[in-house]
Design a protein around this ligand. Structure first.
Ligand code: ADP
Ligand code: MG
Length: 653
């Protein structure tokens, strides 16, 4: 065998990787023992991969299908070695997978960490899948020796975590990967045995704790010291001590989900979840079920406590793993749960899946659809129960994933009905916490015809809306929609328990007393009386507004901007324009309060100088006021400022 190194080269880590390594080494994670779990999980993933690939290409196995992971602590060299006979890596793959951080999440991860500079945020690591680098938390040097099946040469990679690594071709007989970590001084001292990673019992405990369910044997050799025994098996006291090496499998290899529910402790579930889904926090809820009948499967689903950092910012994938008779088939199975439940993590194990099913075939699998339907039902049922029994817990869930549910109700036509009772909103009548639609309708007086809502950026700005004043005075409950998607959801629902939703900024308010025939008559009378004025205002604001109306919803404010019942609302228009969609415009209606002094001033001005610049300016100012109240900028802020300035100056004259 040729032992000479070929092509040894020193390379620099990518800048982000360097930063990450720095963070690792300077301990952002206090719980350093997890490095072992990470390396074992990589080994197990690598074996999963060769096992899967070999289904279609036997040759890859090179005759070796006794899958195993070996751990070997060696005090003489201060090293801990973890070997697997998995898929290994080619030269390029080592550079790609280990030397660079390809994952787009890593950049954001670093940014996030910097944001919170001081807090050593532990939970972050797991979420970003930076598993391999955790080895540098405990070691001064890490060596990888690996060979992919079918490759003539293996690869040796080595780094002290200092910004560079070396890589070269070497010979390696067995397929797979060996990771040799040279432990830091502090992790090989015997005093703190729980952090002495050369101690076999420490290792054994860690494997039990984190990696028990790994489906391949994790083996370690123990040295047995024994005196000789006689023919009956009794120890011969004065015989010399002999040492024998005994290889033991450290993990039980029983996947947790195959065990019966009442034998599994909460702690076991939690650890399993954290290990499998790289979460630092315990799940909010778990659902473990077995089904027999038309389809047979076991499922173990978790609702996480926290949304991943990128949950809403990019199209994050679903977190369901598929197994068939305990053999891993695929990660992130998209077709099992509807999009709006993509926050659910977990797994489904069904003998009905064939092992080498492709993603394409899976899409059309009847069993998968059936299982998916059942899972969706049980997740929704679980959420419903939490909502009923533990409101605080549900609100915690809602804070993290509520938006996904709302988007679901808005985009997923078929699910709308199932989701409406899971929705929560802020409300004028729920000053702390949130309200369900059911709560709202229960509180609603019998003669109230619609469910009112208002949009705005927060409670204070909604409550300052001129349109709110009247409703507040009457004690009518208004849902407050702060999230952009809220109004789209409400719009999609259309009604709840046969009560329509009514924006306080659109159309008629549907209030008996103000919309009574009498009140309407009164408004019409005012309108008639001021017809020329109204027409003149309309004329001046032509192109900006669709109509001018006499308002019956304003109390102390002079003016407000509403949109009519057709088309989109003003707030939707804003959201769409932020998304660069300027196709849709709301029909703006300027409503003027006939009881306000401004109205009288306008009226007088119109009577005395109908064609004056002052009158035109007043109209413009009125319109801009209405815009500003809605949080909209005037088209020409400078002209607005100038007009206000000259108005102020004229007052002071
Ligand atoms: P993740 O496991 O989340 O992908 P890691 O940092 O743990 O992230 O590993 C990075 C990559 O390095 C893996 O995706 C895999 O491609 C490769 N890798 C790590 N360990 C092994 C191994 N034992 N065998 C083969 N490939 C490995
Ligand atoms: Mg990993």
């Amino acid at each position: 065998m040729n032992q000479e190194p070929i092509n040894k080269e020193t390379r620099e880590f990518q800048a982000e990787t360097k930063q990450l390594l720095d963070l690792m080494i300077h301990s952002i994670y206090t719980n350093r023992e997890i490095f072992l779990r990470e390396l074992i999980s990589n080994a197990s993933d690598a074996i999963d991969k060769i096992r899967f690939e070999s289904l279609t290409n036997q040759d890859l196995l090179e005759g070796d299908s006794d899958y195993e992971i070996l751990i070997n602590p060696d005090e003489a060299t201060n090293t801990l070695t973890i070997s697997d006979n998995g898929i290994g890596m080619t030269y390029d793959e080592v550079i790609e997978n280990i030397g660079t951080i390809a994952k787009s999440g890593t950049k954001s991860f670093l940014e996030k960490l910097k944001e919170k500079e001081t807090s050593t945020d532990k939970e972050l690591i797991g979420q970003f899948g930076v598993g391999f680098y955790s080895a540098f938390m405990v070691s001064e040097k890490v060596t990888i020796i690996t060979r992919a099946p079918g490759q003539a040469k293996g690869v040796k990679w080595q780094s002290g975590g200092d910004g560079t690594y070396t890589i070269e071709e070497i010979d390696k007989e067995k397929r797979g990967t060996t990771i040799i970590i040279t432990l830091n001084e502090e992790f090989r001292s015997a005093e703190r045995s729980s952090e002495n990673f050369l101690n076999r019992h420490t290792i054994e405990d860690l494997i039990k704790k984190y990696s028990d369910y790994i489906r391949y044997p994790i083996k370690m050799s123990f040295i047995k010291e024994e005196k000789q025994r006689d023919d009956e098996g009794k120890i011969i006291e004065d015989s010399p001590v002999t040492q024998t090496v005994e290889v033991r499998t450290l993990n039980s290899m029983t996947p947790l989900w195959t065990r019966s529910k009442n034998e599994i402790t909460a702690e076991e579930y939690n650890l399993f979840y954290k290990n499998l889904f790289h979460d630092w926090e315990e799940p909010l809820e778990l659902i473990h079920s077995k089904a027999e009948g038309t389809v047979e499967y076991t499922s173990l689903l978790f609702i996480p406590s926290r949304a991943p950092y990128d949950f809403y910012s990019q199209k994050s994938t679903s977190g369901i793993r598929l197994y068939s008779k305990q053999i891993f088939i695929m990660d992130n199975c998209q077709d099992l749960l509807p999009e709006y439940l993509r926050f659910v993590r977990g797994l489904v194990d069904s003998p009905d899946f064939s092992l080498n099913i492709s993603r394409e075939l899976l899409q059309h699998s009847k069993q998968l659809k059936l299982i998916g339907k059942n899972l969706e039902k049980s997740v929704l049922k679980t959420l419903e129960n939490i909502l009923k029994k533990d409101r605080a817990k549900y609100e915690k869930f809602w804070k993290e994933f509520g938006r996904a549910i709302k988007i679901g109700a808005y985009t997923d036509f078929q699910s709308r009905d199932k989701l409406k009772d899971l929705l929560l909103f802020s409300s004028s009548h729920a000053t702390e916490g949130l309200t369900t639609l059911e709560d709202y309708t229960t509180r609603m007086p019998e003669n109230q015809k619609v469910i009112y809502y208002a949009t705005g950026k927060d409670r204070a700005s909604v409550e300052r809306l001129p349109q709110m004043e009247l409703l507040q005075e009457k004690g009518i409950e208004v849902l407050y929609l702060f999230d952009q998607v809220d109004e789209f959801t409400i719009d999609a629902l259309q009604e709840y328990k046969e009560k329509n939703f009514q924006s306080i900024s659109r159309g008629d308010l549907n209030l008996d007393d103000i919309d009574s025939p009498e009140a309407k008559k009164n408004t019409e009378a005012i309108l008639k009386e001021n017809e020329t004025l109204i027409t003149a205002i309309k004329e001046q604001l032509k192109g900006k507004i669709a109509d001018v109306k006499i308002s019956n919803r304003l109390k102390s404010s002079a003016v407000c901007l509403v949109s009519d019942d057709n088309g989109i609302s003003l707030s939707m228009e804003q959201i769409l324009s932020e998304m660069n969609n300027t196709m849709y415009k709301a029909n703006r209606i300027l409503e003027i309060n006939p009881n306000h002094d401004v109205f009288t001033a306008l009226k007088n001005l119109h009577e005395t100088q109908p064609a004056s610049e002052s009158f035109k300016d007043y109209c413009d100012l009125l319109y801009v006021q209405a815009l500003l109240i809605e949080g909209l900028l005037p088209e020409d802020p400078i002209s607005f400022a100038n007009k206000v300035a000259s108005l102020m100056a004229s007052k002071g004259k």
